[in-house]
Every structure is written in structure tokens, then in C-alpha cells.
Write a protein of this length. Structure first.
Length: 232
């Protein structure tokens, strides 16, 4: 029998859940603004939308983490059975893209369970069908080759997604630019800073449209050496 290691907090109903208001705010703010508010520290690289409506692939929810053997999705099926509505399934498949870990059937089942999204450091398939689902799905690649179902795996432990460490319960946020993770204790502070950045960018957009954008900051940030000095 295949082994599945399980963090008991995965099924503990007492585990704190993020407020609906916080999730609404996270969904409304672009990941680029959240990234800037986090000092542009390294995040998930190479994990982009492959499912959910194009241009509307926005997601926020607590991570249910899964680590599986590359090319195998047995433990992923078990994780979907354990997931609670609003969870984001975060699957560490080692970045392997030779075989799809999720496809149409598994993702449809995840949507029926009320998941908020799927993030996969691995490959997906059935992309045309995934685009019809109202479920944001992020993956590293696409492969028509299907998965094995032998195990083993782990649910609820630490994972890595595109170089981004994710712990069970972290807040996952995603849109067409990719995904990032926020520690729950810092989420309110980060989203407030990101909202302020968005407001400032809206002012800049208005200045661009009116032709009044002050560009003096560019030269102020540069040390410009005249060409004549270089020739000498």
C-alpha cells in the first residue's frame, strides 16, 4: 500500500480561516502590486494560468499543500477529498513536466468541491476543457501524457512552487501574471500597502493620459557622463 503522510491540521476544523473581506481585497489587487508591496522578493517563477477564464483568472485562498512523486497524482486525489471549500490546492511535483498531474476530470471534481484554485509545479493537460471551468489553475507546463497513480506523497507539509516556499495555510494569490504566497500574519499589512500602490499607479495613469507625467525622476536617478568626457 502506498504511504501518504498527513499533517493533522489539514482536517482540523478549528484551524483559523482568512476572513471573507481579506480574500475579497486580495483578489481585487494585482499580484504585481502585492509583489511590489513585498519588496519584490523572489516568488514563484514559471507557474502561469492554464485553466479558468482567460483574463479573469483571479484567485485567493489558504493553501492546502501536497508533495507528490513526479509524474504521479494518487496523493493529489486524496488531497482533493480532504480539501475544504475555498482552499487552494498547492502541488509540488518537483517541477517535472513530462507527465500531467491534473486534467479535466480531477479539476472538475475540485471545482465541484468548492476549491478556490489549483497551483501546480508540474504539468497539466486538457487545457481546452480547463479553460471552460470557473476554477483558476496554474501550472508550469502542458503535457498530453497522463499520470501514474502509485504514490507515495505528503499532504500538509512544506512545499516549493517555482522556487517559492509555501507552508500549509499560507494565503495563495494568483492572476494572469502568476502566483505568490503571503504569510497569514502579514497579509493585512501587505494588502493595505498594495492597495496604496494601486491608488498611486492610477494617478500616474491619469497623468500619462493628460500628458503631465513628471519624468524628472529618471535623470535624477542617473549619473550621466557627457560623451565628450568619454572621448577624452
Amino acid at each position: 500500500m502506498s504511504e501518504c503522510r498527513l499533517n493533522t491540521s489539514v482536517t482540523d476544523p478549528r484551524q483559523p480561516r482568512p476572513s471573507a473581506n481579506l480574500l475579497r481585497r486580495l483578489v481585487a489587487v494585482p499580484t504585481a502590486a502585492l509583489s511590489d508591496a513585498m519588496l519584490r522578493l523572489p516568488g514563484a517563477v514559471g507557474v502561469l494560468p492554464v485553466g479558468g477564464p482567460l483574463g479573469e483568472c483571479r484567485m485567493a485562498g489558504p493553501a492546502l499543500t501536497v508533495r507528490t512523486r513526479p509524474g504521479d497524482n494518487l496523493v493529489v486525489h486524496k488531497a482533493v477529498d480532504l480539501a475544504r471549500p475555498g482552499d487552494v490546492l498547492v502541488i509540488d511535483a518537483g517541477g517535472d513536466t513530462s507527465r500531467a498531474i491534473v486534467g479535466d476530470l480531477l479539476c472538475r471534481y475540485a471545482a465541484s468541491r468548492g476549491l478556490a484554485g489549483i497551483v501546480l509545479d508540474g504539468a497539466a493537460r486538457d487545457v481546452a476543457e480547463l479553460r471552460e471551468l470557473d476554477l483558476p489553475i496554474f501550472a508550469r507546463a502542458v503535457s498530453h501524457l497522463g499520470p501514474y497513480k502509485n504514490g507515495p506523497g505528503e499532504i500538509g507539509g512544506p512545499v516549493s512552487i517555482g522556487g517559492l516556499p509555501v507552508s500549509h495555510g499560507d494565503l495563495m494569490v494568483g492572476d494572469d501574471d502568476g502566483v505568490l504566497a503571503l504569510a497569514p500574519a502579514r497579509a493585512e499589512h501587505i494588502v493595505s500597502d498594495a492597495e496604496a500602490l494601486v491608488a498611486r499607479e492610477e494617478q500616474t495613469i491619469a497623468a500619462i493620459k493628460s500628458g503631465t507625467w513628471d519624468r524628472s525622476w529618471v535623470d535624477a536617478a542617473l549619473t550621466i557622463t557627457p560623451l565628450d568626457d568619454i572621448r577624452e
